[in-house]
Design a protein around this ligand. Sequence first.
Ligand SMILES: Cc1cc2nc3c(=O)[nH]c(=O)nc-3n(C[C@H](O)[C@H](O)[C@H](O)COP(=O)(O)OP(=O)(O)OC[C@H]3O[C@@H](n4cnc5c(N)ncnc54)[C@H](O)[C@@H]3O)c2cc1C
Length: 598
Amino acid sequence: MKQSISYIISLTIAAVPSSAFVPTNPLTSSIAKQPIILASKYDNLNNGSNKKKTSTLIQMSDTVVDDTITVSSDSVSELLGRPARPGRPLKVAIAGGGVGGLTTALCMLKKGFDVTVYEKTAAFARFGGPIQFASNALSVLKEIDENLFERVMDKFTFTGTRACGIKDGLRADGSFRMTNDSLDYLWNPDAPADWFVKFPLKECADLYGLPYTGVIDRPDLQEILIDECKKLKPNFIKNGNGCTGYVSKGKGQGVTVNLEDGSTAEADILVGSDGIWSSVRAQMYGEEIKKTSKNGKKQGCTYSGYTVFAGETVLKTDDYYETGYKVYIGPKRYFVTSDVGDGRIQWYAFFALPPGTKKAPSGWGGSERDSQADPEENLVDYIKSLHQGWSDEVMTVLDATPPESVEQRDLYDRAPELLRSWADGNVVCIGDAVHPMMPNLGQGGCQAIEDAYVLSETLELTKSTEKLEGALQDFYKKRIVRVTIVQFLSRLASDLIINAFDTPWSPHDDLGKSWKSYLTFFWKPLLQYAIFPAQFAYLYSYHPTGSMGDLPATLEAKWKKQHEEDAEEAFVRVSEDGQSVAAPSFFKIAETVMAAKP
Ligand SMILES: Cc1cc2nc3c(=O)[nH]c(=O)nc-3n(C[C@H](O)[C@H](O)[C@H](O)COP(=O)(O)OP(=O)(O)OC[C@H]3O[C@@H](n4cnc5c(N)ncnc54)[C@H](O)[C@@H]3O)c2cc1C
């Protein structure tokens, strides 16, 4: 309904000529009424004020009607650098076709903008493991496109409907008494083993009437986004030609995008969604790509101090259907497992190690291991050795993991950009390009999706190219507070969990006796009843759809049956054929595909 209204409004704007951007369907690309005549006569309109030019255009567009002529993108680009262009869509170049870039492309194509994505990798390959989408991101996806939302739901695994939270890495074997939400565990050694803290994911989603947090495989997400974009503009993406820089040409004059092959492209705006080592950001902030500056920051990104290993296994644990994701805490490290559907458990092991300490065969960038002391080292054994004395729950998952599936990545993030805008002239950065964050809250991709939506909405309301620079600054202002809070919470979560948490004190054993153990013990009620409810309530508070009523419950009920069938099938398959590596690494992403570049 909302979309229909905005479409009608857009059509009205086109019919009553003004300087607004006119939506067009790039599939037909037959822009009614104005453009060809405008293109040929525009040059005569260069004298006088912008206002005058616009009014002359209005007169012309009133008189010229041509429904049949197709405007090539070249002729459209000739129109760039003009102050106001009634009758043609806003032209957007997007650097990077990751989660943020592809969502932006779809959102903008749906609004009728003429979008081209320039992606560095030569081709999109199916790579990668699952990504968590929290309730806030699901609301944005639905608001962007119902079809997109339905297709994502078809491939989704809900975790937020089941027990998720923090467990004790040493005692989580049925004997740990710090249990339930009562104080019973303090004096009752027979109290049933349970969780240190449970996350109120379902309660917070229900508070706003939103679908529950869950995961989707990155390749599935990517395929859906690309497919939906292609329905609107078949050639919307150019692979194997990354963005190297730009020339922003000033108010209303557009931007020239420099590409790897030496060619250039013209657009009204450039969106830099080219990830953590962004070329667009490098130019915007005067950084050198992948170089370390005097203050020790690598292209403006600080090494977080943490490295993460990830792996995947098909395994029917005792609590497979009852739990979503579990964060096991212990001294100086933590271990996360999550059900990711089809009987699979994905795990992450976080360690405070110097960058480059240990590389996996399928590490980020297809990292080679020759420089390592033992390039053939079995990484599952290595990770187990760092978890000596930990719960069998952790060891069972590690034992079932094929060592060749293990991936590794050093984690970098950036301080929030409170003093520097994300926009420079007609160029703006979104997602990891400008606000990479620690993965602890699973919000990096979700925030990139929120960026995509807010940017598109802001631009839809922008009535002329003259106002684009201001609109990009408005976008920054709309996003900076929320993104800063989420960045801060993500960083705090990883710092606290590694540096301030320890095995909690218990009256029934001697495992947690450090001052951090006592602190961790006292944190429990605060985390359970104040901090986590407030955190998730805040994260989910952004939900442009509003409440979805009964839909979340309906979706979960439909999913539950299918989830069990798929999982049981996988368990049988693995019991017959053994474990196999389900998919190439998601860390293996860009550069590996680049290697295939002709
Ligand atoms: C271990 C780990 C787990 C995570 N888990 C989650 C999670 O569960 N949920 C969640 O929401 N987030 C998660 N994240 C964060 C999430 O992956 C990122 O925040 C998200 O991918 C950012 O999207 P993006 O589009 O900004 O960047 P990316 O997804 O990195 O995409 C950037 C794209 O730009 C391309 N590119 C690079 N340079 C150029 C160039 N010069 N020109 C053109 N193209 C270029 C790249 O090839 C890539 O396709 C996790 C991150 C890590 C490290």
